[in-house]
Design a protein around this ligand. Structure first.
Ligand SMILES: C[S@@+](CC[C@H](N)C(=O)[O-])C[C@H]1O[C@@H](n2cnc3c(N)ncnc32)[C@H](O)[C@@H]1O
Length: 348
């Protein structure tokens, strides 16, 4: 065992989608031999965890483990009782920052969050503004929202303020609490589009690199619209109606049918996406029957409904049902997923 493992101890805050923190905790527990201590900060979605491992080791293990339910983590380097006085809070932060002063020109994203209860009268925008000003005036650092060199995380919960600094990648997501936001466009067909946009980022895909997609359970057409925007030929299958604005696209083929009622040429598609709100086993059976149409090396992005919260079992069953043709690359509960999660597969 290395020194870090023997001597290290690190404290973190973990965030999951509401109602899935137990799964996130289970994922963390499985990654470490040393016991992990958990403490709720907001039931079902936000918790503090302490691991008897160095900070570097925890980041390495968790990133390598690619957890599905742990959406975000942030280190806790210091914590204090949260008073009502903004100036006193900023003075406390200033003392913390002096221990490792930010560099001039360093791009720092200050991310402030608070839980609904127990965060006193703290105003998140006021505190963020005050810390941004402090960083600029005292250290000539540059406050930014994105593409930061460092994230400075502040969380007010249960009457305490938690402070930590990290490189953006160490937080799993560089959005505060992993709550990635996309701008709603005028005429946007469905909120479901955000799921596919988020999946593209989360799985490091670039849909513009694909040629031809099969969208199963496509209506009203949020996913189809994104794939058309990325320049693909899209075959949309759904007995329900697609939004009329899509029907003008010359790159769209719309089959207003049940997915077990359609047939294609072998290897016709290099991308298969499926967002049916169905029982996971029925969905897997249906997708399996269409896998001949996905070319070897092709990608599949599939939303899976989590029935009765048996999340790990559900992932296992879908993965087994779709094997050996599809090989699971990553499972992730996206911020835009609700009682579901998204799987990314490659066709062998
Ligand atoms: C959650 S919606 C899909 C939303 C879509 N991804 C979007 O971005 O607008 C689920 C769709 O699956 C369709 N669906 C359910 N069973 C199906 C089946 N057997 N074959 C094809 N589509 C099906 C439903 O009609 C419904 O439109």
């Amino acid at each position: 065992m290395d020194q870090g493992a023997v001597m290290g101890i690190s404290v973190w805050i973990g965030t999951s989608n509401r109602g899935f923190a137990q799964q996130a905790q289970e994922e963390i527990r499985r990654l470490f031999e040393a016991p992990v201590r958990f403490e709720w900060l907001a039931a079902g979605e936000l918790f503090k965890f302490t691991v008897e491992e160095s900070r570097e080791r925890v980041v390495e293990r968790i990133l390598a483990g690619a957890p599905a339910f742990l959406r975000h983590m942030q280190p806790v380097e210091a914590e204090a009782d949260l008073g009502e006085d903004l100036q006193a809070t900023v003075a406390w932060l200033q003392r913390q920052l002096k221990e490792r002063p930010p560099g001039a020109g360093q791009r720092i994203a200050v991310q402030v969050r608070k839980t609904e209860e127990g965060a006193s009268g703290l105003s998140v925008p006021e505190l963020k503004h005050a810390v941004d000003e402090l960083l600029e005036q005292e250290w000539q650092a540059v406050p930014v929202a994105r593409e930061a060199d460092e994230v400075l995380s502040l969380l007010a919960a249960g009457g305490r303020l938690y402070f930590g600094r990290s490189a953006p990648h160490e937080n799993i997501s560089d959005w505060p609490g992993g709550a990635i936001r996309f701008r709603r466009e005028e005429g946007q067909i469905s909120r479901a589009k955000f799921k596919l946009l988020e999946a593209e980022q989360a799985f490091g895909l670039d849909f513009a690199q694909y040629r031809s997609a099969l969208d199963i359970g496509a209506a009203p057409g949020g996913w189809t619209s994104l794939l058309l925007e990325r320049g693909l030929q899209v075959t949309a299958v759904d007995p329900a109606k697609l939004d009329a604005t899509l029907l003008r696209s010359p790159r769209l083929r719309y089959l207003q049918k049940n997915a077990d009622d359609v047939a294609f040429a072998a290897g016709e598609f290099d991308l298969l996406v499926c967002d049916m709100s169905w029982s996971h086993r029925q969905m897997a059976k249906l997708v399996k029957g269409l896998l001949y149409a996905l070319q070897p090396g092709g990608t599949a992005v599939i939303t899976v409904k989590l029935m009765h919260k048996k999340a790990f079992q559900t992932i296992r069953e879908v993965t087994q049902d779709l094997a050996p043709e599809l090989s699971l690359q990553q499972a992730k509960q996206l911020f835009h997923n609700r009682e579901e999660l998204t799987l990314f597969f490659l066709k062998l």
